[in-house]
Design a protein around this ligand. Structure first.
Ligand code: KG4
Ligand code: ZN
Length: 340
């Protein structure tokens, strides 16, 4: 059975995974290593590209050794090497792509250049090699994409955000509420203590005739609400107020995402959620509640495969490798690579 090694370094996580799979068989993750840089970037309140690339360069070699060790295989047993070559931060992408190309060159094995968003899109189906026709909603820190999927590699863009990505909105609202970076998971945590109907935030573009999203109005509405409640430092000290705003924001986001999927489901029987925001349990529950009565399956990867990881990149590469595809070693990184 083919074995693939993939590297992901598009943003602030350095990741290496080794995957074994064959058409019609269960895919096996031999290892999925992630070296997170969250602590490094926390004091800046966001990702600093120069710091990220320097740390990818430091982390990649030990992470490769650890991955081979944990998987119990040698480099010679790997059938192909893959890396994320876009979209992402140029100086970060370059580290992972160069490492994977170097390994392919040294071992004489094929190289595969993989789109980070395709990794996310396919992640809910990682345990199998079949990707059913479905509606895919990718909700990450940089992207919000609604895609009609006919099968692996057959994608049609249905809708996208006209301003902020969902994860970006989570992070910005969390910052306004005085929550630590990265904000999404912190906002979810405190929202559990809040009333989701305490504030009526706008469900922007929910009833628009197109399938695009907008989250900047919602974000601004949260800002005005906080400002209207008085002195900022005092408002965010009140845990109940923060929890109520967080829960109400999350409720608005859930309704928008569920509503857009309902309107654009077409003939599909499966909706796949992927990207960091799909870790959010309130959102997962909202989709289950909305679509279970309609017998629509909600496919979501386990949380560790929703945020950035290399197993999803290895899986996207495996499907292409099994189709006989590979990329030339001259393939350049594409920081703005559009999947669709
Ligand atoms: O897919 P991802 O790991 O990286 C990108 O490709 O962007 O997504 C990161 C985003 C961040 O905005 C983060 O705050 C958000 O996913 N996120 C969450 C949760 N976990 C991660 N947002 C809401 N609830 C969560 N539990
Ligand atoms: Zn991502």
């Amino acid at each position: 059975m083919p074995i693939l090694l993939a590297i992901e370094s598009s943003c602030d996580e350095t990741a290496v995974a080794i995957l074994r799979g064959q058409r019609g068989e269960m895919t096996e993750i031999l290892t999925s290593e992630v070296a997170s840089q969250i602590e490094l970037h926390r004091e800046y309140g966001g990702v600093v590209p120069e710091l990220a690339s320097r740390n990818h360069a430091l982390a990649i070699r030990p992470l490769l050794d650890a991955a081979l060790n944990h998987a119990g295989i040698s480099l010679a047993e790997v059938d192909a090497f893959a890396a994320t070559t876009g979209p992402g931060l140029a100086s970060s992408l370059m580290i992972g792509a160069s490492a994977a190309k170097g390994l392919a060159c040294a071992t004489g094995k094929p190289f595969l250049a993989i789109n980070h968003m395709e990794g996310h899109l396919l992640s809910p189906f990682l345990s199998q090699t079949e990707v059913p026709p479905h509606l895919a909603l990718i909700i990450s820190g940089g992207h919000t994409l609604l895609i009609d999927v006919q099968g692996a590699g057959r994608y049609r863009l249905v809708g996208t955000t006209r301003d902020d990505a969902v994860g970006e909105a989570f992070d910005k609202v969390a910052k306004m509420l005085g929550l630590p970076y990265p904000g999404g998971p912190e906002l979810e945590k405190i929202a559990k203590l809040g009333n989701p109907h305490a504030f009526d935030f706008p469900r922007s573009m929910l009833h628009a005739p197109h399938a695009d999203f907008s989250f900047s109005g919602l974000k601004t509405a949260v800002l005005y609400t906080i400002q209207g409640l008085g002195d900022h430092a005092e408002v965010v000290k009140n845990r109940q107020t923060v929890a109520d705003i967080a829960a109400s924001f999350q409720q608005a986001v859930s309704e928008i995402l569920v509503g857009k999927c309902r309107k654009n489901l077409g003939a599909h029987h499966t909706i796949a959620l992927s990207g960091g925001v799909s870790c959010n349990q309130t959102l997962r529950d909202a989709f289950e509640r909305a679509f279970a009565p309609r017998h629509v399956r909600i496919a979501i990867a386990p949380p560790a495969l929703c945020t950035d990881n290399a197993a999803m990149i290895a899986f996207a590469a495996l499907l292409r490798f099994l189709n006989g595809e590979s990329s030339p070693l001259t393939t350049e990184i594409l920081p703005n690579w559009q999947l669709v």
